[in-house]
Design a protein around this ligand. Sequence first.
Ligand code: CA2
Length: 164
Amino acid sequence: MLRLLVLHGPNLNLLGTREPSVYGQVSLPDIDKSITRRSADLGIAVQTKQSNIEGELVTWIQNARGHFDGIIINPAAYTHTSIAIRDAIAAVALPTVEVHLSNIHQREEFRHHSFIAGVALGQIAGFGPTGYLLALEALTTHLASKTTPSRPRNVRRKPAALRR
Ligand code: CA2
């Protein structure tokens, strides 16, 4: 069974309590519940975690090696500042999808640059909490395509005429 780690960065624990015009009214526990529900439908295992501390996120990413097949992360404000989180993702070499609730490219200039995007499989931004579900689907499809057994490369098939 595929195992995915979902990480939420600083201040995302405030979702649903402040700034609803920017980040909506859905709380983080509600987002986590919908992630868990969709994972069950997809037949995968997920663990969700939130931290306001950069080093804690770095440690969780480092420890993911050997325990998870991929990572979904909303690094929140650390997206725009954290070379440490970027380096941790590059070091564990697990396929990672970057998620943002808002479309960071339509917002203030300082949110346009992501230190994470360059080491991520892809970025999903602007779809609100649905972005996490899109990331689950994308990462599951990506990982399934990597693990589907294929024919050994140097074994020749019989010519069609000789196959029965
Ligand atoms: O759009 C996103 O998901 C962000 O990662 C959210 C971050 C922001 O710094 C990024 O540029 C884009 C901010 C998360 C703060 O969440 C709050 C939620 C409720 C109230 C206040 C902050």
